[in-house]
Design a protein around this ligand. Structure first.
Ligand code: ZN
Length: 247
């Protein structure tokens, strides 16, 4: 198996994660009904369900009603594809790979829910924490306390930021940083926060400049956190592990 093939699996996984993130907050099943257009309700054919490719070939619109399909659908699928390919090169079938697969799926679903409903559903966050904890019992390139401290300090820091921003940051973001700490460890969590702040600020300034700021003025932090956390997990974890002499 080469990394490109693993990327294809990652795109399919990302596509499922988007479905979960879009359907779960509505109380809908992730199995039924089959995928359909949100505009006209028409069921999608097999060739309209290919991650990334279908969106590009259809020009980002439904073929029947011309309703726009948001660009973040293929963007999230592409991101999980890259995460799978990089994780495969790094760990092959090792636990580090399975952790990347689980985390990328949960973070992709959270990003979709955040972009669509401006919400980070608890059930997704806790599922994420449960899965990451289970793998962390057996796989720790860093000392165990780094993950625990990362989770606790992450939630503490975000709670402070939430107060300072007067609710500009959601309670969901606070919980998500507990998950991030368990995933990346203490130093990785701090790095994630810095990278996500930069990405979130750029996105915030861009949307303010184009007059497309959200009516609730909440910062679109979810996808920025997800991207930063996966970047740190995939690239910084081995590096930080070596620094600690534990890799
Ligand atoms: Zn349609």
């Amino acid at each position: 198996m080469n990394a490109a093939w693993m990327g294809v699996y990652g795109a399919v996984w990302g596509s499922f994660a988007v479905l979960v993130g879009v359907r779960l907050p509505q109380g809908e099943s992730v199995v039924r009904p089959p995928s359909h257009c949100d505009g006209c309700g028409r069921g999608l054919r097999w060739h309209e369900l290919i991650p990334v490719l279908s969106w590009v070939l259809a020009g980002g619109r439904c073929r029947t009603c011309r309703a726009t399909i948001p660009v973040w659908y293929p963007a999230i699928e592409l991101a999980t594809a890259v995460a799978f390919a990089v994780a495969w090169q790094q760990w092959h079938w090792g636990l580090g790979f399975w952790l990347a697969a689980w985390a990328s799926g949960v973070l992709a679903a959270l990003s979709a829910a955040d972009l669509r409903y401006h919400r980070l559903p608890d059930v997704l966050v806790w599922s994420g924490v449960a899965g990451v904890l289970a793998i962390r019992l057996f796989y720790r390139p860093l000392p165990w306390w780094s993950y625990l401290a990362g989770g606790l300090a992450g939630m503490g820091l975000l709670a402070l930021l939430r107060v300072a921003s007067r609710g500009g940051m959601g309670l969901g973001d606070v919980k998500v940083f507990g998950l991030i700490g368990l995933l990346t460890g203490l130093s990785g969590m701090v790095l994630t926060l810095i990278l996500a702040s930069v990405a979130g600020s750029v996105a915030g300034i861009a949307s303010a400049a184009t007059g497309r700021l959200r009516p609730d003025h909440r910062i679109p932090f979810g996808p920025a956190i997800a991207l930063a956390a996966m970047g740190v997990y995939l690239y910084a974890t081995p590096w930080i592990g070596r620094y600690w002499g534990m890799h």
